[in-house]
Structures are given as C-alpha cells and as structure tokens.
Ligand binder design. Structure first.
Ligand SMILES: Nc1ncnc2c1ncn2[C@@H]1O[C@H](COP(=O)(O)OP(=O)(O)OP(=O)(O)O)[C@@H](O)[C@H]1O
Ligand SMILES: [Mg+2]
Length: 453
C-alpha cells in the first residue's frame, strides 16, 4: 500500500485530505508543520508528500528542499491559495511534481497523488531492476508479458553453447539481448565480437570474418586475424545475417559444422571455440523459401530462436523504458533528471513506434534537448510523434491553410477544450477530467485561448 504524508497547519485540511486519500486506498500520515513532517520521515517510508506552502515556521518550499536533500526522488505536491501564483511557480521550479490550488477539487488531488505515487513506483522498479544481483540484466528493461517470454528463453539458454538466432524489427533490442546472452554465460570474460553483415561488401566480409594471409590479395601486406579468431573462447555476434551472400553462407556453415576454417589465401586449418549469435530483421524462413538463404545454415543457426516483440506489442513497458532513458540521457548530458508531463507520457503510450525502442530512446533525448524547463512537454517531442497525437486526438482538424504545425496544434487543442467544455456543460472540473489534465492546467489553457469568462 502506498503511503502519503499530508502536511498542513490547518487541521480541517488535514482531516479532509486524510479521509479522501484513505478512501482512495492510501496509507495516510499527517503532520501539522514542516518539522513534524521531517520527524515522521526519519522513521516512516513515504511515497509522496502533499504539503501546503504557507505554514508558520518552515514553509512548504523549505520543507521540499529539506526533503530533497535526503531523498531527491520523493515526489512532493504543493498546495497554494489561488492568489499565490508566484509561490506556485517557484515550487515547480524547485522540483515539486505538481501544485494544486486551494480550495481544491477532490479529483485534482486524487489525480496528482496517483501520478506522484506512480512515478515513485516506477523509480523504485527501475532501481530494483538496476540492482538485480547480476548487473547483466540492468541494461535491459521490460516487465511486460512479451518481454518476460524473452527473458525466460534467455535465462534458459544463456549458459549453453547453443547457437541463437534473434529476430525482430529494427530497434527492438536484438543487440542488447545478444550482449546479455554473452554476459550471463561462462564466456563473459572472453570477448564479445560483433560484425554487421549488411555494412560490409562481400569480399571484405569474408576476410573480416576469417582473416587473411600475407599476399592473399593486393594490399594484404601482412597476416591478419579475423573476427572468428578474435572471438575465440567468447561470442561472435553476426548482425543482419539475412544480408550475407549465399557464397559466404556456405563458408559459415562449414565453420559451424567443423569448428575450423582457413584464413583467406591460407591453407592451414584454424580451430576455434566460438559461440555464434545471429540477428536478423528479415523473416529468415521466408528468405529460405525464396532461395535467398540456405536452409541448412538456417537450421544450424535457429537452434534457439529469440523473437523480439515490437514495442507496440509491449506498450506497458513504455513508462519504465521512458524513465530509464530519461535517467540515462540526463546523466550522459550532465543535466538534472527531468520529468515527463502526463500528457507527454500519454502520447508516448499511444504512439505506434515503428522504430521501436530505439525511436523511443531518441524521442526522450530529443525531448530533453528541446525542453525549456525541468519537464518534457508535448511541444518538446519530435514532430512525427506530436503530429500523430494531434491526428489521432482530432482527426477532423486539417492542417491546410494554417501557418504551421504549432498553430495547427494550438487550433486542435483549443477545439478539444471547447468540445470538452461543451460536453461537460461548462463545469471545468468535469472538462478537465474529460481531457485528462488538471483543473489548473485547464484554466491556464482557457486563459491562453481567451475562453475564460
Ligand atoms: N529492453 C531494453 N531496455 C533498455 N534499452 C533498450 C532495450 N531495448 C533496446 N534498447 C536500446 O535501444 C537501442 C536499440 O537497441 P538495439 O541496437 O539492440 O536494437 P536492434 O534490434 O539491434 O536494432 P537494429 O535492427 O536496427 O540493429 C539501443 O540503444 C538499446 O540500448
Ligand atoms: Mg542491431
């Protein structure tokens, strides 16, 4: 059960909020001052703090700073009276996850707390994943049923010599899985050598794989080891195997059968102990039927098959992946960890992701770079994702005649707000619910479009 600490010097608010949140299924702790709240935090595990800003002694913003000094990830929601706009702004700047205007709407409180608790849970899951006893699994995120199936296969075959074929669309994490298979095996101390069969012309690919002897061809001025030799004792990852020529497929098959080969231009048999992992974004079985891939090689490679599900078939992993990439990219870019606004997350969770996990990773990084504040808004997302959300949200709004995408998006947003208000009989709380945004956010947008009476 998630715990919420409510802090307010006005007893009435404490009672009301305690009741409301207990009914929602939270364990509720209450404090009537900032210092009392800090005392509670010393002994209790709390998932979210909901605090008033204006309190005698330590105010809500000071409390937030003290809390963050100990636990920077603890979500804090601050409440302010309607007139205290400046304080609300500074609260958000200091890293409050949300602010709620007093007198508040129960639904706004429920929504804000639910979101904060969800964030806390996500962060905790991420930490749990990253600290899994073997760091091997830390690089691969996924708790969906589809990924669970993948993990089951990987766990079963990681520490065996079996050849593995990983298939899946581009960006689904085939290489990540290949590396996990290597790290989770007793070959982990030996090299993981990777070669992309699509990126290298056929003749070069052969000498890259098998090496060459001095004088084998013009330019072969000395002997050179190939990838098979480099990978001895470890793993050779053959990426995009579907692109390999039929001619080279024969040579590869021979190594698989005999565990030995000759360098280009050489006649000495070289023995190696290499585990092969191959990846493809093609349907290799179909390639076999079309005569483009040798069936004997296919069966040799396909001893264990790991099909990577496209991201659209594991949409429940998107929040976790997004938090992971947010943290990873912010750290790499040397920026404080950012937030994802709920509308932004909603869009990420409804987009079809043709470029799969890689596209999501890039979208998060783009969002971080575009963001002007400490959270990623819908406007910060790459165009194709934003325009997808606009087209699915309101397909009847055309872009023709508008000055540009931003204007078009504004027009769509205004239309959606007008529609929601009409549907809600102009009850703002109801309209906010329809739109899935907070009432204060709705009021802000109504002001922007001149819809406030
Ligand atoms: N489950 C995952 N958890 C964390 N990161 C992931 C996951 N899946 C993919 N990624 C990240 O997404 C990016 C693409 O993954 P990867 O290169 O393994 O995809 P791929 O299937 O090999 O794509 P391609 O076919 O285009 O080569 C990488 O940066 C990788 O770290
Ligand atoms: Mg790849």
């Amino acid at each position: 059960m998630a715990s919420v600490l409510v802090v307010d010097d006005e007893k009435n608010y404490l009672f009301v909020l305690e009741d409301l949140l207990t009914d929602e299924g939270y364990r509720v702790l209450t404090a009537s001052s900032g210092s009392e709240a800090l005392d509670i935090l010393k002994v209790e595990q709390v998932d979210t703090i909901l605090s008033d800003i204006k309190m005698p002694g330590m105010n809500g913003i000071e409390l937030l700073e003290r809390v963050f000094a100990n636990d920077p990830g603890l979500p804090v929601i601050l409440m302010t009276a309607f007139a205290e706009v400046d304080q609300a702004v500074s609260a958000m700047k200091k890293g409050a996850i949300d602010h709620i205007q007093k007198p508040f709407d129960n639904d706004d409180i429920k929504r804000a707390v639910a979101r904060a608790v969800e964030k806390r849970t996500l962060d905790r899951n991420l930490r749990r994943i990253h600290s899994r006893s073997d760091s091997v699994w830390g690089s691969i995120i996924g708790e969906s049923e589809a990924m669970d199936k993948v993990f089951q296969i990987v766990k079963r075959v990681a520490d065996t010599p079996a050849t593995v074929l990983i298939s899946g669309e581009s960006g689904t994490g085939k290489e990540v899985i290949a590396k996990v298979l290597h790290k989770a095996s007793s070959r982990s101390a030996a090299p993981f050598v990777s070669i992309n069969c699509a990126a290298i012309p056929e003749t070069l690919l052969e000498s890259e794989l098998f090496g060459y002897e001095k004088g084998a061809f013009t330019g072969a001025v000395s002997n050179k080891q190939g990838k098979f030799e480099f990978a001895d004792g470890g793993v050779l990852f053959l990426d995009e195997i579907g692109e390999m020529s039929l001619n080279l497929q024969v040579k590869l098959l021979r190594v698989l059968q005999e565990q030995e080969f000759q360098r280009v231009g050489g006649n000495r048999d070289i023995r190696v102990d290499v585990r092969l992992i191959a990846a493809t974004n093609k349907d290799l079985r179909q390639q076999v039927e079309l005569g483009l891939f040798r069936s004997d090689l296919f069966f040799r490679l396909d001893v264990v098959h790991v099909p990577m599900p496209p991201l659209r078939e594991r949409m429940s992993d998107i929040p976790l992946l997004t938090s992971h990439f947010l943290k990873k990219s912010c750290e790499r870019l040397g920026r404080p960890i950012m937030e994802i606004q709920p509308e932004t997350m909603r869009i990420l969770c409804s987009y079809s992701w043709p470029g799969n996990v890689r596209e999501l990773e890039n979208a998060v990084e783009y969002g971080i770079l575009m963001s002007k504040g400490h959270s990623i808004t819908v406007e910060d997302l790459p165009n194709q994702i934003r325009s997808h959300s606009a087209s699915t949200a309101s397909p009847d709004v055309g872009l023709e005649g508008s000055a540009g995408l931003m204007d078009a998006l504004d027009a769509i947003e205004e239309k959606m707000i007008r529609d929601a208000l009409r549907k809600a009989g102009h009850v703002q709380a109801q309209a906010a619910k329809i739109l899935g945004i907070s009432r204060s956010n709705l009021q802000y947008k109504m002001k922007k479009y001149g819809l406030l009476a």
